[in-house]
Design a protein around this ligand. Structure first.
Ligand code: HEM
Length: 184
């Protein structure tokens, strides 16, 4: 995992639970906790931190990772605005993740651990995304999709029946996208 992922994680923990909470996580895990955005760190550090955060907060790891994805997306908007500039809808944006965004990320960071997405483009407001990755971070993917929906001011429901954590070789996300109701 690139250091940028850990930097965003530390920021989320500090913002949500306080600076002491991040320091306690480092104490509990014995990790140094100094991350340089462009450097690569072992994936296991992320899973160790998430497991420690689950023990400390009582919030299930899956939920923490999901919230991390929601939190991460605005950081991507700020750090990589080019990928959002000409995008007006959640669906068109998501269709660029595999063949445009992650391809560019790979050029920037050749050793990045990126997932693969395949798509079934069914209907205007429906999209199926098939996720596969040895890291099985489907909860992160769902959070990033939710964060993206927030960015485009749309709503998105996700049915996630086929899952790598249930023995499948990929996860299947069936998305139904709708416009957010006008705020009163
Ligand atoms: C501008 C938008 C995006 C940028 C710049 C971006 C970039 C990245 C980067 C830098 C990583 C970390 C690679 C590593 O640590 O080695 C990553 C991982 C990941 N990205 Fe993206 N990403 C974007 C959007 C998305 C979206 C919308 C999704 C979900 C549909 C997504 C799904 C994932 C997942 C699940 C991972 C974790 C690694 C794995 O599952 O194997 N990304 N991305």
């Amino acid at each position: 995992m690139k250091g940028i992922v850990f930097s965003i994680l530390s920021e989320m923990v500090e913002e949500t639970f306080g600076l002491d909470a991040w320091n306690k996580l480092l104490d509990d895990t014995g990790l140094e906790g100094i991350y340089v955005a462009t450097e690569t760190y072992d994936d296991s550090e992320l899973f160790t931190l998430v497991a420690a955060a689950e023990s400390a907060t009582g919030i299930p790891a899956k939920e923490l990772v999901h919230q991390f994805g929601v939190y991460m997306l605005p950081h991507f908007v700020a750090n990589y605005p080019v990928f959002f500039e000409n995008q007006t809808s959640l669906k068109d944006f998501l269709l660029t993740v595999d063949q445009v965004i992650h391809v560019e990320v790979r050029k920037l960071y050749p050793d990045a651990g990126l997932p693969e997405f395949l798509y079934e483009d069914r209907d205007d407001n429906e999209l199926v995304m098939m996720y596969s990755s040895p890291r099985k971070l489907c909860a992160l993917a769902e959070g990033l999709i939710e964060g993206s929906a927030n960015h485009f001011n749309q709503s998105c429901s996700i049915i996630h029946d086929v899952c790598m954590h249930k023995g499948a070789d990929h996860c299947r996300f069936e998305l139904k996208i709708s416009e957010k109701p006008e705020q009163a």
